[in-house]
Write a protein that binds this ligand. Structure first.
Ligand SMILES: C[S@@+](CC[C@H](N)C(=O)[O-])C[C@H]1O[C@@H](n2cnc3c(N)ncnc32)[C@H](O)[C@@H]1O
Length: 204
């Protein structure tokens, strides 16, 4: 048994996320993943979506695990992680057709989430999409008492963490020139939200 990091949630949520990604990333060639975590999603999605080049990234401390997953199970279209802390990074490493992030917005501070949206907007070309998966509230309301309890436990652990509201995220996206395209209901009361970068001639 190898010592690779393992997140059981990444196994459980991979199929519904993949199903949405097949549609949303059908026209993309390059994807930046922000906060790749263990690297399991990257390996799974790059294997299944072999038209994509999947760039992993995370804080430096997660890189060894991501590299292990890539070494043991990664297809050739998944790239070694780049160090990307959205709070402190000053520039995007490159431009990408799509940006993906899962279960990051409630872990990052609010300021870091703002920066993540700025980065996504900067990285994307017109019509490029930002796909964000996780637990979110809507109109300030949690969909379930378990999400409310999860939010409370996050904030007790670290006051900077917490479940974000989709309205706030959408405002961040709009500031970066992105429009909400779709929201997918996902298992266990999670959502996936997809924003698309507007063209210059589109209404704001
Ligand atoms: C709960 S994990 C999710 C990992 C993976 N995406 C998944 O769904 O299993 C949150 C991830 O966000 C990353 N993260 C936290 N703060 C970050 C920041 N400021 N910039 C980039 N990544 C960050 C963490 O290192 C961690 O890998």
């Amino acid at each position: 048994m190898s010592g690779k990091p393992y997140a059981s949630a990444s196994v459980r949520n991979a199929a519904p996320i993949l199903s949405a990604l097949r549609h949303e990333f059908r026209a993309a060639a390059s994807v930046l993943e922000i906060g790749s975590g263990t690297g399991q999603h990257a390996v799974t999605f790059a294997t299944e979506l072999d038209h994509l080049t999947w760039q992993t990234s995370d804080l430096q401390q997660s890189h060894d695990g991501i590299k292990q997953w890539i070494a043991e199970a990664g297809p050739s279209n998944v790239l070694q992680p780049i160090a990307l802390d959205v709070l402190t990074a000053t520039a995007m490493p490159a431009s990408f057709d799509a940006v993906f992030s899962a279960n990051t917005a409630h872990i990052m501070s609010y300021a870091a989430v703002c920066r993540m949206f700025e980065f996504a907007a900067t990285a994307l070309p017109e019509q490029g999409v930002f796909f964000l998966y996780g637990p979110f509230s809507r109109d300030g309301v949690f969909s379930t008492s378990s999400n409310a309890a999860f939010d409370e436990s996050l904030r007790a652990r670290n006051a900077a963490m917490g479940i974000r509201d989709l309205d706030d995220l959408d405002a961040m996206a709009r500031r970066g020139g992105m429009s909400l395209l779709r929201i997918y209901a996902m298992p266990t009361n999670n959502l996936a939200a997809v924003w698309r970068k507007r063209g210059d001639d589109e209404c704001q």
